[in-house]
Design a protein around this ligand. Structure first.
Ligand SMILES: Nc1nc2c(c(=O)[nH]1)N=C([C@H](O)[C@@H](O)CO)CN2
Length: 117
């Protein structure tokens, strides 16, 4: 399987379990690995035959910006479902980091894998 990736996608949104977190936006950082077969696109040199990382970046950015979940788990799961459905992605790994959440750590967050390789 080949991978189209998006790294360091920064999005400001409402996220968090505490009241004080609901009152302002925090920055999240997403890394995505998206499974695909790049050979058809490479053979025809045709963007329509691959995962368009511009379209997916813009779709994920809009989805995360509009979300207001409490947990990073919920956001990651919903985001994965949206990407797989909207962009016909059979497998993905999504890393969701919340860099400002803990003063003791540079980043906290989760990694999920969904779908079949
Ligand atoms: N596993 C998780 N742990 C925590 C989360 C979360 O979303 N998933 N969230 C918080 C707070 O919102 C945190 O970001 C600020 O203290 C705590 N733990």
């Amino acid at each position: 399987m080949d991978i189209v990736f998006i790294r360091g996608l920064r999005v400001d949104t409402v996220i968090g379990i505490y009241d004080f977190e609901r009152a302002h936006h925090q920055t999240l950082v997403l890394d995505l690995e998206l499974g695909t077969d790049i050979r058809p696109a490479a053979a025809d040199d045709d963007i329509k035959l691959t995962l368009n990382y511009k379209a997916i970046t813009e779709g994920v950015e809009a989805f995360v910006k509009a979300s207001e979940f409490a947990l990073v788990e919920t956001l990651a799961q919903r985001c994965a479902e949206m990407i797989m459905t909207e962009f016909a992605v059979p497998w993905l790994r999504l890393t969701l980091s919340k860099p400002g959440a803990m003063r003791q750590a540079s980043e906290v967050g989760i990694v999920i894998e969904r779908g079949q390789r």
